[in-house]
Design a protein around this ligand. Structure first.
Ligand SMILES: [Fe+2]
Length: 253
């Protein structure tokens, strides 16, 4: 067990935390109970603000998505050395793209909406999605998210060197703020080690989160999928304010 996974356990055995709970109605039968690919929720999402969703998508789908991305990006190196700006969460630029500019991300977000709703137990609508490629040594500073991120999934698509890299989430619930910190300042947090295809379901508005240990891989690929409750206080954030407008029609020639 890695140090990060041990932090996730917080001194408890898996049995004390609770056995993985098979998701109701996500797909048909679990694919394989013996090789760890069963979709399972580990943790108490309501109490801690996050839970580990093991096997949310097949690793083959994650790999296919990344291969398609690479194909769409072209064969050249990612020109990050020419990028001068980066979000204040990062110490240096990363490759980032929003679903608005790379539609496969939005389609992924829309397609996972029913599954996310079942995980949360509430009717959800999508807000936005984005993808980030982190490089070796990268960190993501501790922060909270905007209201469009009422319920979110951080999904791991790939690690260049197969080394899991934990997403850390503070257990304490806080009011959202623009504060960005290098660490949790002594506050209790869980660190979830995701395999490829695993996700962390988290309430990023009220639970600060980040990746405070440097990425041990040459690169790693993650997508971030965000939803709001259809009838909740942030319902107006659905589709990130770019929802369907005007009449839809098809003409035929
Ligand atoms: Fe975030």
């Amino acid at each position: 067990m890695t140090a990060g996974a041990m932090r996730e356990e917080a001194g408890k055995t898996r049995e004390e935390i609770g056995n993985p709970v098979p998701l109701p109605a996500v797909g048909a039968e679990p694919r394989d109970k013996d090789n760890g690919s069963t979709v399972a929720v580990i943790g108490d999402y309501r109490k801690d603000g996050y839970a580990h969703v093991r096997g949310l998508i097949p690793p083959e789908v994650a790999a296919a998505f990344l291969r398609r991305l690479r194909q769409d990006m072209g064969p050249d190196p990612v020109p990050l050395s020419r990028v001068s700006k980066h979000p204040n969460l990062l110490a240096r630029p990363a490759f980032e793209v929003y679903g608005q500019f790379y539609p496969p991300l939005d389609f992924f977000l829309w397609g996972l909406t029913p599954a996310a709703g079942r995980l949360v137990g509430v009717d959800l609508l999508p807000t936005y999605a984005y993808l980030r490629l982190y490089r070796e040594g990268d960190v993501c500073k501790v922060h909270s998210d905007r209201y469009a991120c009422q319920h979110s999934l951080s999904l791991t698509l790939g690690y260049s060197d197969g080394k899991t890299w934990a997403l850390e989430v503070e257990r304490r619930r806080t009011d959202p703020s623009a504060k960005v910190d290098p660490d949790f300042g002594g506050s209790d947090f869980g660190a979830v080690e995701m395999a490829v295809g695993d996700a962390v379901l988290y309430q990023g508005v009220h639970h600060r989160h980040g990746r405070t240990t440097p990425n041990p891989n040459r690169w790693s690929a993650h997508i971030f999928l965000h939803w709001v409750e259809r009838d909740g206080p942030y319902g107006d954030q659905a589709f990130d304010g770019r929802g369907p407008q005007g009449e839809l029609d098809f003409g035929f020639g």
